[in-house]
Write a new protein. Structure first.
Length: 368
């Protein structure tokens, strides 16, 4: 047993030295994810001058319906109305900063009052912690309502505006996107890095020389997994540092819970790269497999596109994408302060994939 682990850690040192001497590998390990982060961070950190709102109309009055229609048609307004199917969807979008607020029209809004003219109160809802956005939105709605009241010539204002903070504190758009970028960086390092590196080493004859020594494929795969998991963690740490310093990313969850899940997620991504690299003899074999594995994970895991936007049949498929529990786990921990128990389903899924793929890799490994 001692000889086994001595061989593993000896190979860990050798692989680490090779990686550190490879300038291209260092670029794609550390600089490429940061460039990706800077581009996406700049895009999603920009704030629009207009206010993105959803209108939830509980009233069946003609006045309320006309109010909603005019708000949607007014392109010159500071309000940009987005369609939602329910209050729950609107609150979820507001939490993710896809909406600045919600305009709620109660059931009695627009119905005739004592003087037989439309009356009622418009409720302006905004996320907790977004007082500035709530104040601006309330001010805009007050101006609109004042104009309507003057147009009706009322001595007393029949239409009023009330504002209220609801739900959880809103996430910045970048905070939500950053979790997907983090998962993507782990995938890039684990799959793109290893799936191309291992066939290259085979062609150089590096593994063939190891085979002549008392060294097993299991030891080589384990050593490779340790090195690339550690490198993935260093890359993730650099992304977290830049995300915090440049884009003010705020971790809402527990750092220990996040760190444990991050290590497990990095190991799973590395295991997928190991599977491709272990089987492929050269880059002509590894490249198509890499694309076949990585592209569905990029676009169907929810890293960049929320899965609720997909058709129902496609949402069912996303549950079987290996990166889906990684993205879900990151978002639950980093943005919703979920405990390790709360993400136990994601933990078990990631751990299961890691173990299964690792053992398959030892069986399909080719020395050359």
């Amino acid at each position: 047993m001692k000889a086994y682990w001595t061989g593993v850690f000896g190979q860990v040192a050798a692989i680490a030295k090779r990686v550190m001497r490879d300038k291209m590998a260092l670029f794609f390990t550390f600089l490429f994810p940061l460039i990706f982060l800077l581009v996406f961070g700049t895009i999603f950190n920009n704030q629009s001058a207009s206010l993105k709102v959803a209108i939830i109309n509980h009233s069946d009055s003609q006045f309320a319906k006309k109010f909603v229609d005019n708000a949607k048609k007014d392109d010159a307004s500071a309000l940009k109305v987005q369609d939602v199917s329910s209050m729950d969807e609107a609150k979820e979008k507001m939490k993710r900063s896809q909406l600045d607020g919600i305009i709620e029209l109660p059931a009695d809004f627009g119905k005739p009052g004592a003087d037989h003219r439309p009356s009622g109160t418009i409720n302006v809802l905004y996320a907790k912690g977004s007082d500035q956005a709530g104040s601006v939105l309330s001010g805009v709605m007050t101006q609109i309502v004042d104009g309507i009241n003057k147009g009706m010539g009322q001595p007393e204002a029949p239409l009023k505006v009330a504002s209220q903070a609801v739900g959880d504190k809103a996430l910045k758009t970048f905070d939500y996107t950053f979790t997907g970028l983090l998962a993507f960086s782990l995938m890039s390092m684990g799959i793109f890095g290893l799936a191309n590196q291992m066939p290259t080493e085979k062609q150089k004859g590096a593994y063939r020389r190891l085979r002549a020594a008392p060294f097993t494929s299991g030891q080589l795969i384990l050593a490779t997994m340790i090195v690339y998991t550690m490198i993935s963690l260093l890359s993730a740490a650099s992304m977290l540092l830049v995300g915090h310093l440049m884009f003010h990313f705020q971790m809402r969850g527990d750092w220990l819970t996040f760190s444990l899940f991050l290590m497990l997620a990095a190991a799973m991504m590395v295991s997928l790269g190991l599977l491709i690299g272990s089987w492929a003899k050269n880059e002509n074999q590894s490249s198509p497999l890499t694309n076949l594995v990585s592209f569905p994970m990029m676009f169907l895991s929810g890293a960049f596109f929320p899965s609720y936007l997909f058709p129902e049949w496609l949402q069912g498929i996303t549950k079987f994408i290996p990166m889906t529990p990684v993205v879900d786990g990151f978002r639950l921990i980093m943005t919703e302060n979920a405990s390790l128990f709360a993400v136990s389903g994601q933990v078990l899924a990631v751990f299961g994939v890691t173990i299964v793929v690792y053992f398959i890799s030892t069986r399909v490994f080719r020395w050359e």
